[in-house]
Design a protein around this ligand. Structure first.
Ligand SMILES: O=C(O)CCC(=O)C(=O)O
Ligand SMILES: [Fe+2]
Length: 335
């Protein structure tokens, strides 16, 4: 096998309390030394069943300004659909290794779709304690079904259903976030690509780790996307950076975790903040998460919305094609 999947490393050769050196983070990144334990404010929780839409809009805008992340409860996506999504994802990762490799991300391909273990080594050359599967789920013209597992057989149907639910909730979220900026409902969605917005499903698979104090599932980052809508399993691990501290996100069964990504930060001219976050792993249990990244099409130009720019509020960001922004970010070049 060309690449060592973390799942395969774990199931073969790990001693009781040892992990390979390439997973060991420097001291200043380790969860054991950097996680804040103590009373901290909690990530805002937004209740979509609240009868007062103006209040919901204000709470979402405040959360996006102060945190760049919030959790949504009573969002209307049927819980049995979320459970089925999680089941088919787990079933895929439970397949024999060679069956998963059929979907491996082609090496050297510019595309990010497929089964893989790392998007690229980061600056200090450390590996993530995670494997993943990545594929588009919307729009239909952009879907590459070769990256959708054929096994379990219901994988496709469940993901197609989930894509439809995502479209509804994303329209609602973007509409209200737009109104929270004092703009018409459709402005933010248009700014991020309108009907061309691409929905990318990622499944993160974080196997149990004998030394969760030394490593990270995903190191600290903001999402490249406009917005990310995620459901985790019950194993906690998401942390967000707030006022100089790394704090744990609370697991709320059935909630959607909404991350503001770079493109909304840019469109809002910095009013909404892309959240800095990372994930830790667990000693005994497998953590999984299902983020859906909402991305503008490659050629789409994103920049501060003209309605939010005036002499008192000069543009904080350049206008850029999404593909150029991604290229700079992934290659750690200045924007
Ligand atoms: O697993 C999580 O909760 C977050 C994963 C994440 O940040 C990512 O895949 O971009
Ligand atoms: Fe992320």
């Amino acid at each position: 096998m060309e690449v060592d999947r973390v799942q395969a490393i774990v199931s073969s050769s790990l001693a009781e309390d040892k992990i390979p050196a390439e997973f060991i983070r420097p001291e200043d990144e380790r969860p054991a030394t950097t996680t804040f334990h103590g009373p901290t404010p909690e990530i805002p929780i937004i209740d979509f069943s609240d009868p007062d839409p103006q209040k919901v809009i204000r709470l979402m805008a405040d959360a996006s300004t102060e945190w760049g992340i919030f959790q949504v409860v009573n969002h209307g996506i049927p819980s049995h659909l979320i459970q089925r999504l999680q089941l088919v994802g787990r079933e895929f990762f439970d397949l024999p290794q060679e069956e998963k490799e059929v979907y491996a991300k082609p090496s050297g391909a510019p595309s990010i779709e497929g089964y893989g273990s790392k998007l690229g080594r980061d600056v200090n050359g450390k590996k993530n304690w995670a494997d993943y599967l990545f594929h588009r789920i919307w729009p239909p013209t952009r879907i590459n079904y070769q990256f959708w597992p054929k096994n379990p057989p219901s994988y496709r149907e469940v993901n197609e259903e989930y894509a439809q639910e995502m479209r509804k909730i994303v329209d609602k979220l973007l509409g209200w976030l737009s109104m929270g900026l004092g703009l018409e409902e459709n402005v933010l969605k248009q700014g991020a690509g309108g009907e061309e917005i691409e929905y990318l499903m990622k499944i993160n698979y974080y196997p149990p780790c004998p030394r969760p104090d030394l490593t990270l599932g995903v190191p600290s980052h903001t999402d490249l996307s406009a917005m990310t809508v995620l459901v985790p399993n019950q194993v906690h691990g998401l942390q967000v950076f707030k006022d100089g501290l790394w704090i744990d996100a609370k697991y709320i069964p059935g909630a959607l975790v909404v991350h503001i990504g770079d493109q909304i930060e840019i469109l809002s001219n910095g009013k909404y903040k892309a959240v800095l976050h990372r994930t830790t792993v667990d000693r005994e249990r497998t953590r999984m998460s299902w983020p859906v990244f909402l991305e503008p099409p490659a050629e789409y130009v994103v920049g501060p919305l003209p309605q939010l720019v005036d002499p008192q509020h000069p543009p904080q960001y350049k206008h850029k094609k999404f593909k150029d922004y991604s290229y700079c970010k992934l290659n750690k070049l200045p924007q």
